[in-house]
Design a protein around this ligand. Structure first.
Ligand SMILES: [Fe+2]
Length: 424
């Protein structure tokens, strides 16, 4: 992929989303619950990296993707820098050079290894990074057991959700790396294949929504990233939303109908990208003896026509919707529908991130928090589009209906697909 686009989020480290609205008015997490969450999240990350060799975990396949070792260390740096250093007076840095290596994009914190050169970090070794994780874990756990303030609890909770964002990135980045290897290695051969491959899929049904003045955005006491609020009112015209995601079978019809060769379907920038990159199908697709195959975390697999299409950019999603006589949903339409009970919408979360046609922009009255934490999301509100839902590699329980993932319109290495919308 091309894409020397500026590092998006910390996350972008390609992460997606967000830091908390600085001083929060909500109730802080219970320290014991948070200790359990912390331990689980940290163990989950280590588990995801367990199948990887030091070499697997070191190489960087493109500037947008980061090495697994970097994800392991950066999430630890986050806890060390934001939690341990400011709140434990006698905390000893594990290595005072790591701040430069593993700061992602925090100008407030200081200079850093250039993002495209993260793959040069053959040292520290994977083993040394594991020791770094244990060192910081000990400090954070001690802090959690010492009756920390609400502000510290908020930061630790944020660090856990931040690390979950990196868990997804670790997998999307490993998939991209392994897809560059002619051996097409499987990250996890035991990953279950899609249950009913190529089973016929019923035509999508469009559900009507009246719209009106609706409320969207995060409310209540649970955790959310800052960009998910404030909750606010917005005007939505009557619309219809498909009850399921667009499938690979439908995408094949788009390909075979010349979708990638018809400039009339494409945004100007999208068509330029198709030409420049030679796009003819979703990322990772190959044609072998008249069959479509795709790279997955299980290695190369035949494309399942019944499964939701993934690894398509905003440009492709928009062109497909145009071809299908529909459009992409706005994020307010998506959220309003997702929170309406009993409307029969399927695949809202857990299959693919769903492109919306909404630019990633601040909600009314949004203000980034002070200091480093304020750099989490707000400064990326330019030139990116919102995705809703959650994918098959999003950690369980991480996303919610108000969750705003975001990527530039040409990005396709995430598990990104689409749901069609229409004007009513
Ligand atoms: Fe990050």
């Amino acid at each position: 992929m091309r894409d020397p686009r500026p590092p998006h989020r910390l996350h972008n480290e390609s992460e997606s989303p967000s830091m908390p609205t600085a001083p929060t008015a909500r109730r802080p997490a219970d320290p014991l619950d948070l200790l359990h969450l912390y331990r689980r999240v940290r163990a989950d990350t280590a588990g995801l990296a367990a199948p990887l060799s030091d070499a697997d975990a070191t190489v960087q396949s493109m500037p947008d993707a980061s090495p697994a070792k970097w994800h392991l260390a950066h999430t630890t740096w986050f806890f060390e820098t934001m939690v341990a250093v400011p709140n434990r007076p006698r905390y000893r840095l594990f290595d005072d050079r790591y701040g430069f290596l593993f700061n992602s994009y925090y100008e407030t914190v200081g200079a850093r290894q250039p993002r495209p050169l993260r793959g040069m970090l053959t040292r520290p070794t994977l083993e040394e990074v594991a020791a770094y994780r244990r060192h910081v874990d000990s400090a954070v756990e001690t802090l959690l057991e010492s009756g920390p303030s609400a502000e510290v609890l908020d930061l630790i909770e944020l660090g856990c959700h931040h690390e979950q964002q990196h868990q997804e990135l670790l997998l999307t980045d490993i998939l991209h790396l392994f897809a560059q290897n002619p051996l097409r290695p499987a990250y996890d051969p035991s990953e279950p294949a899609g249950a009913a491959r190529n089973t016929p899929v019923e035509a999508a049904r469009f559900h009507m929504f009246d719209g009106g003045i609706v409320e969207i955005g995060h409310g209540g006491n649970g955790f959310a990233f800052d960009c998910e609020g404030p909750r606010h009112r917005t005007l939505v015209d009557p619309y219809a939303l498909a009850d399921r995601l667009v499938t690979n079978g439908e995408w094949i019809a788009f390909i075979q109908d010349g979708g990638y060769r018809n400039p009339l379907l494409w945004l100007s920038e999208g068509w330029a990208t198709v030409q420049a990159e030679g796009w003819w199908a979703p990322l990772y697709w190959e044609e072998r003896d008249g069959e479509y195959w795709t790279m997955t975390l299980r290695g190369m697999q035949p494309v399942d026509r019944a499964a939701p299409v993934v690894h398509v950019s905003y440009f492709e999603a928009d062109a497909f919707a145009h071809w299908a006589g529909a459009r992409l949903p706005g994020e307010a339409e998506w959220e309003h529908a997702a929170t309406a009970p009993n409307r029969g919408l399927r695949q809202l979360s857990g299959d693919a991130w769903q492109w919306t046609r909404s630019a990633f922009a601040p909600y009314p009255r949004f203000a980034p928090g002070p200091g480093a934490v304020g750099e989490y999301n707000g400064k990326f509100m330019c030139g990116q589009f919102v995705l809703r839902g959650g994918s098959c590699v999003t950690p369980a329980g991480h996303a919610r209906p108000s969750y705003r993932n975001f990527f530039p319109p040409s990005a396709r290495w995430q598990f990104s697909g689409l749901r069609l919308a229409k004007d009513a």
